[in-house]
Design a protein around this ligand. Sequence first.
Ligand SMILES: O=C(O)c1cccc(C(=O)CC[C@H]2O[C@@H](n3cnc4c(=O)[nH]cnc43)[C@H](O)[C@@H]2O)c1
Length: 231
Amino acid sequence: MNLVNSKTPDMITQKWQPGARVLVMTAVPVEREAVFRGLRGDQRFDILVAGVGPVAAAVNTAKALATTGYGLVVSAGIGGGFPGQAELGSLVVASEIVAADLGVETPEGFNSMDELGFGPTRIQADAGLVNLLTEALPAAGLPVKTGPVLTVSTVTGTADSAAKLAARVPGATAEAMEGYGVALAARDRGVPVLELRAISNLVGPRDRAAWRVKEALDVLEAAGSVLLEVL
Ligand SMILES: O=C(O)c1cccc(C(=O)CC[C@H]2O[C@@H](n3cnc4c(=O)[nH]cnc43)[C@H](O)[C@@H]2O)c1
């Protein structure tokens, strides 16, 4: 499929069939291990490490999809929560996956590639599965929010950049670095997609000492157990 000429209305995405194989893409080994523990080695799930960033995520997701048939692709890992939207240690399920810095800067502000006719920069997550998860995760004791999850190539490190992103994408809930790459590869194959982010830090002024990576990885593991139950 020619991605440049592919427009959202032409895309046909399969419907999720319970019991189908699931591809879970993580960025780093500690995320893979957390998801693996949650999924308890279930053979229906392949959990891969793609590397950090949207390009590595897209390349490696496309590679996996070229060799094996999957009914669902999940981008999973830790992420930053937008203040007032997603707390540290909570889980975010993306309603849509947004390439938040793919565009052009002008003196008047940022224009997305969608606005310039080179979209899509927003890919919808599978709405039925988002609903299923936003019911099942709290039932398992995990606080969950749903909303747009932004994919950025640079971790946001100032309050000013955080405010600009939040204004650019109303309702922005979390940011991470891989979702859009995973989602674009899935969309190209017509496979439904989800993004799950366990919140390790808040989006804003960089304070690495305040990141709660271990706690977020524990939440990611617990989310893996819920995936195993509901998919
Ligand atoms: O230092 C560590 O232990 C550690 C463990 C896992 C990942 C990291 C990273 O710093 C790489 C960034 C990685 O994590 C995601 N992430 C987490 N928070 C954010 C954020 O606020 N903005 C963007 N990305 C974030 C991202 O998806 C990367 O894969 C460190």
